[in-house]
Write a protein that binds this ligand. Structure first.
Ligand code: DGY
Length: 355
């Protein structure tokens, strides 16, 4: 699909993206926009090299693509200087390779913060109140009357929410759980926590001045402390925008040992990247601890789940949709377009991890 065929700058989007704002941004600034219409969900490196061709000024790509040496070298040979992921995470992008070939990398922070936090909150609730199991039960025609023991789950109010990674998304999620459900908070972040600290302090003052019961919070000195004390743990490697989401320090951060430290009836939610959790160990843990629950938006070998996970009643699984609200996805597309346009035209680039 081609927009503004006579535009001076050739910009490719490897996928159709929501809304038209992103297209207008580019076509209004003399770009010819080509949208790949290939049917398969995940494009191979070869497919993308073919799309780039001999002349290409910029590419908007997706987190399912492997943006490394081969693609950045192809883009640079075609005269391209700009690439943007339509995602805040960029673990699929080799930023060093991009820098080597003189290509700027963009990502899309900010517009997905609340949407992602809302999905994390939804998974926490769905797991706590066994929503998916109960829905399946109804649809199977098994409900034959109210019973005192039917789908008894966990009350969130007064329990402790643990947040690992107190960046934009982790902090927004913490706020939702504290304000919405009056949960206590324990959080851990190696790099930053100011944003969350400011909120909890301010919120504490607000509760006090209104004569309401306080909620408690603390910054943990280790991740283990969070795992031991929390009833709901949201494991989110925030520091996505400042530190690679998937590096040596976050791979299998949640593994057999860390799972063993958690409360037997805890809930674990992951909306960051799949490999942060050792999924084989998680399946074992879910089998051995039927009261332990998990809400997963991401998986180790996406789009696949490790064997056994799909059979676990104590797991709620959704297909990487944390940022999937219309407003957010249109915003992500527009930011990705702005990143590419900024580099091509010398305007400010919204978000630029390799600058
Ligand atoms: C991201 O942006 O990194 C999410 O995984 C998809 O929105």
């Amino acid at each position: 699909e081609v927009w503004n065929p006579n535009g001076k700058y050739r910009v490719i989007s490897t996928k159709a993206m929501p809304g038209t704002r992103w297209i207008r941004l580019l076509t209004d600034h003399d770009c010819r926009v080509e949208i790949c219409t290939q049917k398969q969900t995940i494009l191979s490196v070869e497919d993308i090299v073919a799309l780039i061709g001999d002349k290409c000024d910029g590419v908007i790509g997706q987190l399912t693509e492997d943006w490394g040496e081969v693609l950045f070298s192809a883009l640079s040979k075609a005269g391209g200087k700009a690439f943007s992921n339509m995602a805040v995470g960029y673990n699929n992008v080799d930023v060093n390779a991009a820098t080597k070939y003189g290509v700027s990398v963009g990502n899309t922070p900010g517009v997905l913060t609340e949407t992602t936090a809302e999905l994390a909150a939804s998974l926490s609730l769905a797991a706590a109140r066994r929503i998916v199991e109960a829905d399946e039960f109804m649809r199977a025609g098994l409900y034959d009357g109210w019973l005192p023991h039917l789908f008894v789950g966990n009350l969130l109010k007064g329990q402790t929410v643990g947040v690992i990674g107190a960046g934009r998304i982790g902090s927004a999620y913490a706020r939702m759980m504290i304000e919405g459900f009056k949960m206590n908070l324990i959080y851990y972040d190696l790099y930053q926590a100011t944003r969350l600290e400011k909120f909890v302090t301010g919120y504490g003052e607000f509760l006090k001045s209104n004569g309401e019961l306080p909620v408690s919070w603390k910054r943990a000195s280790s991740m283990e402390e969070v795992l031991r004390e929390a009833d709901v743990v949201r494991n989110l490697c925030l520091s996505i925008s400042l530190h690679p989401i998937l590096d040596k320090t976050t791979y299998h951060l949640i593994n057999k040992n860390s799972l063993a430290k958690m409360k037997k009836e805890a809930i674990l939610v992951n909306c960051s990247r799949g490999p942060v959790v050792d999924e084989v160990a998680l399946v074992e843990h879910l089998k051995e601890n039927p009261m332990f629950r998990v809400g997963l938006d991401v998986f180790e070998d996406e789009p696949y789940m490790k064997p056994g996970l799909a059979d676990m009643k104590n797991a709620v699984v959704v297909p990487h949709i944390a940022s999937a609200s219309k407003w957010t996805r249109e915003g992500m597309a527009a930011l990705a377009a702005l990143n590419v346009l900024g580099k091509i035209k010398g305007y400010p680039v919204w978000a630029n991890p390799n600058n």
